[in-house]
Design a protein around this ligand. Structure first.
Ligand code: SF4
Ligand code: SF4
Length: 483
């Protein structure tokens, strides 16, 4: 049997197969070699998932069995420090950064949670995916919930909190898979907060899986597919749902999909042909805002002033419960480590993060709306809403860097552990941000060019976009360089 023979549903029809397929994109020989390598490795993926599953459980739960590390202990002195470094210093930031080079390779090749959810779907109830799960806002809400919850439980500082949060997300992946999986990854497609994040930024990536025999009609969700994330393969134009599992790829087949290498950013520069979506753009704005809030409440004096003022006011009202600690699954209550959040802290952290979310979403929506309006004046044609959605993607690089600095800030701690001084670490953060902002500017320019705005006047609608990037930079300044 030819192991590369694909099912009839995705292999081309006889007439199409008569015309030989020609590989597109850049570095085609490298793309073909990578494709052959990973298709050859594909039978071993369950082993990789099993190893990752055991490693993930060890990182989450072994620290709960150990005494706390000493203040001077490094990763090689104490397993808890090693687990923390692996989780926050390597996995989280590198999973982010890897999308620019390899797309969602983490999801398809290594993630134990997605593989577990798919397995649960094979043995589960196989119910139809409900409308609430398919709603585009579900993964956005899931991301915001998990990010805020991570802050209130102190996920980066307490191993118990990491076990509670990641253990709950893992359990949710298994339950959704068990109920609605049908042998696919309904969780990965519709609800995973990390998947949404990686999916949006995979649009920036250098790897795409493209149909060899594309059909018109645009991207669609379908259950009649070999794709675990329910992509209608022949109509696939966007990268965000593709987890790079290689199941639709047969190097010797004339149908199915193939691995295409491209210049990073290409998909966003031409996003109108790649199923742009308002929910994704709003996620870019909201995700950046909530990550910023999660960092700024720790460093801005305004948060402490607010806390004092609200605390005093609460006492005046006789609301003494505000000073009581809540349950550990909701907020950090670790007197042995001298950190005890009270209901006051919980309410204020949630409120502060959501306020930043609202403020940044409003700011970036306003700058994008202005860009779209100016673009429509300078190059009449497409409607304003379509321009707004396309131009919203210009913030993808700067938003990615924001999330890297906020949620994946452990990478910079790891750089410090490797011997980089504080000034060099600060320089690395500043450089990351500057590169992200420049890339955003470049994307704004390309998107406006695609909307037909002439080169001579393009700086006019580009200006609001640059102001938006500047606003993000200004908001991050206290977190990067001190208030
Ligand atoms: S979408 Fe989430 S659960 Fe699925 S593979 Fe990616 S990170 Fe893992
Ligand atoms: S498009 Fe292909 S490689 Fe991507 S997730 Fe679906 S089956 Fe896997």
């Amino acid at each position: 049997m030819d192991t590369h023979r694909l099912p009839d549903t995705i292999d081309g029809c006889a007439a199409q197969r008569a015309v030989p397929f020609r590989r597109g994109g850049r570095l085609t020989a490298l793309g073909a070699a990578l494709e052959r390598l990973f298709v050859w490795l594909r039978p071993w993926l369950p082993v990789a998932h099993g190893v990752m599953f055991v490693g993930f459980l060890a990182i989450l739960f072994v620290p709960l069995l150990l005494d706390d590390p000493g203040a001077e202990d490094g990763p090689f002195d104490h397993f808890t420090v090693m687990a923390h470094t692996l989780l926050w210093g390597l996995w989280f930031p590198l999973a982010f950064l890897s999308v620019v080079l390899t797309g969602r390779s983490w999801c398809g090749l290594l993630c134990p949670m997605g593989a577990g959810s798919e397995w649960a779907g094979k043995v589960g109830l196989k119910r139809p995916v409900p409308a609430w799960l398919r709603w585009p806002g579900t993964p956005v809400a899931s991301f915001i919930l998990v990010t805020v919850w991570g802050q209130t439980v102190g996920v980066r500082d307490h191993p118990e909190a990491a076990a509670i949060l990641f253990g709950s997300v893992f359990a949710a992946a298994l339950v959704i898979g068990f109920l609605f999986g049908r042998g696919k990854r309904a969780w990965c497609r519709h609800a995973c907060p990390i998947g949404l994040l990686l999916g949006v930024y995979s649009r920036l990536g250098a790897v795409e899986f493209a149909p060899k025999r594309p059909e018109p009609g645009g991207d669609r969700w379908t259950e009649k597919t070999v794709c675990p994330t329910l992509i209608d393969l022949k109509r696939k134009t966007e990268s965000r749902h593709c987890i790079e599992c290689f199941r639709c790829v047969g190097p010797s087949s004339q149908g199915g999909l193939y691995l295409k290498l491209r210049v990073p950013g290409t998909e966003i520069e031409t996003v109108s042909a790649h199923n742009p979506s308002l929910s994704e753009v709003l996620f870019l704005f909201m995700g950046t805002g909530v990550a910023l809030g999660g960092f700024l409440w720790l460093v801005l004096p305004s948060y402490q002033h607010l806390r004092m003022a609200v605390g005093d006011w609460g006492i005046d009202q006789g609301w003494y419960w505000l000073g009581e600690p809540g349950p550990r699954w909701l907020m950090a209550v670790y007197p042995e480590r001298r950190e005890v959040f009270r209901w006051l802290d919980f309410i204020l952290i949630v409120g502060y993060m959501l306020s930043w979310l609202a403020a940044l979403t409003a700011t970036l929506s306003a700058t994008t709306a202005a860009s779209a309006w100016l673009s429509a004046r300078l190059a009449p044609g497409a409607e304003w809403k379509a321009r707004f959605v396309q131009l919203g993607y210009q913030y993808a690089p700067v938003a990615m860097v924001s999330l890297l600095l906020g949620l994946g800030g452990g990478l910079f701690d790891t750089l410090a552990l490797l011997g980089l001084g504080p000034a060099a670490v600060l320089g690395a953060k500043g450089l990351c941000f500057a590169l992200g902002a420049l890339w955003s500017l470049r994307l704004g320019d390309r998107l406006l060019a695609a909307q037909g705005v002439p080169a001579t006047t393009r700086w006019i609608p580009l200006l609001p976009g640059a102001l938006g990037s500047f606003a993000i930079g200004a908001a991050w300044y206290p977190a990067l360089f001190g208030a």
